[in-house]
Design a binder for this molecule. Structure first.
Ligand SMILES: [Fe+2]
Length: 238
């Protein structure tokens, strides 16, 4: 005789419970595999030193304005522009490569590049910036510039002859060192170069402390605040 249909099998689990287990497993699998929701593309990371730690070359007042207003402003504007663009799922580096030189993406590029440049710049500085490169980077500097003196002179000359706002960079192209400048927000990360070190040449970086004496600011930063240890590590691992 045929057994009547039942929602409960002898010795099994109720169908409702089986369905709940199946649903939980499905959701777990689905959410586990789904891409994590992306937060803002850029964040304003805390500085690795106190606001007054870089004085007198960079006073607390300059750093508070530079980091707290200028850098923060670039991050906010860049995130707003990225959010409403087709680049939402791209990395910051991909966005910079895709938008550099494109008139219709000018504001997005400028704010994103400035956010990236400033984050990189803070990492180039340390209150204990009196050490010089050693090892591989020292060898490369000797090879390319004939020694520390030649490198320092070339870097400071590039910084002081850059017309208007911009940045001076030590970059690596393959393993070859180069000193370049970039105007306004432009950045070597969008040009296939590896940035190793930079100094911000915008007036907001030095005008409160040095007025129009850009060379004194660059020399003070290069000789007293540059984090050559971090530059060395970047060069060794790029
Ligand atoms: Fe700046």
């Amino acid at each position: 005789m045929q057994k009547p249909l039942s929602c409960r099998r002898q010795g099994g689990i109720p169908l409702a419970r089986a369905f709940a287990v199946f649903l939980a497993a499905f959701l777990l699998l689905f959410w586990g595999c789904a891409p994590e929701p992306k937060g803002p593309a850029l964040t304003l990371a805390p500085l690795p030193y106190a606001m007054d730690a870089l004085a007198p070359v960079m006073s607390a007042q300059t750093l508070e304005l530079h980091y707290g207003k200028h850098h923060a402003g670039y991050v906010t504007k860049a995130n707003a522009l990225i959010e409403k663009s087709r680049f939402k799922q791209k990395s910051v580096e991909e966005i910079l490569v895709a938008t550099r030189g494109k008139k219709k993406h000018e504001a997005l590029f400028n704010n994103t590049a400035q956010a990236w440049n400033h984050a990189f710049f803070w990492g180039c500085l340390t209150p204990r910036g009196d050490a010089r490169p050693t090892g591989l980077l020292a060898g490369a500097i000797n090879k390319e510039f004939g020694g520390w003196k030649g490198f320092r002179a070339a870097f400071i000359d590039a910084a002081t002859t850059q017309f208007g706002s911009g940045w001076v960079w030590l970059v690596s192209e393959d393993t070859k060192l180069r000193i370049i400048t970039s105007a306004n927000a432009d950045t070597p990360i969008a040009q296939g170069l590896t940035p190793l070190f930079t100094i911000d040449l915008w007036e907001h970086a030095y005008y409160l402390d040095f007025h129009n004496k850009r060379k004194a600011y660059v020399e003070g930063l290069f000789d007293g605040l540059a984090n050559w240890k971090a530059v060395e590590e970047r060069y060794q691992h790029h």
